[in-house]
Design a protein around this ligand. Structure first.
Ligand code: ADP
Length: 270
């Protein structure tokens, strides 16, 4: 078996594990599906998805996260979740985090978390549809979808496969200067999905000794960038080593900060 076939069979096997009849979709009641997008990788998209879920959960909402960033699934790790989804006949039960956030990720279905999986375009749509159809999400106020990074086929396919109500775009100050964010907004517009707004991550750091604000990646341009891209500005998050540590240790639910306190107000139920 060559390398490509080997990879493909891994994907098919992972997907087969939770192909069930009849599907769970008919029983799920999900009020709002919010996708989190970024113009490129590494800007903190998954972290913002996790923080938003935590903020909503603290307000008492029922929240699920679909980790659709299938080439770099990082959601289970930041929540310290590694339990395999349980099959209950009508579908797969997503494991819950310590505060009760339901999580589904390809990483939870692979034999070994560090197995590389190389995706071919058409398989992505199928896997995501199964994350929607065959997962017993139950009653959720919010399902947050951590999209694959960038504006290529992968995020597009995911968005086409799900009934997304709104998109949040995450960017670092650097991308706000060029076309990256505008491209992401254009993609959302083409899909006719409303952009809820823009979040600037890595906006600044605070010097631990003198407490001075340092704009590591240049001048913060969150508000300006949002205005230029014609989307609402949601807020800016600093680089916080404490946040990175909490994520690494699977304890994102314990993180608290002024900047993340009101994140739940970004997405309101009608
Ligand atoms: P993406 O999903 O855009 O690829 P991640 O959310 O996985 O990016 O973040 C990349 C890395 O940066 C992770 O290790 C994460 O913990 C860290 N990180 C993200 N945002 C911050 C922040 N505001 N402060 C400190 N570390 C952060």
């Amino acid at each position: 078996m060559n390398h490509k076939d080997d990879n493909e069979s891994k994907v098919v096997k992972a997907a087969d594990k939770f192909r069930q009849e009849p599907s769970a979709a008919g029983l799920n009641r999900i009020k709002k599906v919010i996708a989190v997008m970024s113009g490129k990788g590494g800007v903190g998209k998954s972290t913002v998805t996790g923080l938003l879920a935590v903020s909503l959960r603290r307000q008492g909402y029922r929240v699920g996260i679909m980790d659709a960033d299938i080439t770099g699934p990082s959601i289970p790790r930041m929540f310290g979740v590694n339990k395999r989804p349980e099959s209950i006949g009508i579908g797969l039960m997503p494991p819950e985090s310590s505060t009760g956030i339901s999580i589904m990720s390809l990483n939870l279905l692979l034999e070994n978390e560090d197995d590389p999986v190389i995706w071919r375009g058409p398989l992505i749509g199928g896997a995501i549809q199964q994350f929607w159809n065959d997962v017993v999400w139950g009653d959720l106020d919010y399902l947050l979808v951590d999209l694959p990074p960038g504006t290529s086929d992968a995020p597009l396919t995911v968005m086409q496969s799900l009934p997304v109500d709104g998109i949040i775009i995450v960017s670092s100050p650097q991308e706000l200067v060029g076309m990256v964010v505008k491209k992401a907004v254009k993609m959302a517009n083409m899909m006719k999905i409303p952009v809820i707004g823009l979040v600037e991550n890595y906006s600044y750091a605070i010097c631990p000794s003198c407490h001075e604000k340092i704009e590591v990646f240049g001048k913060s341009r969150g508000k300006e960038g949002a205005k230029e891209a014609n989307v609402p500005y949601l807020g800016s998050l600093p680089i916080d080593p404490k946040l990175a540590n909490f994520c690494d240790e699977g304890r994102i639910e314990e993180y608290e900060s002024i900047e993340t306190k009101n994140m739940s107000s970004w997405v309101k139920l009608d």
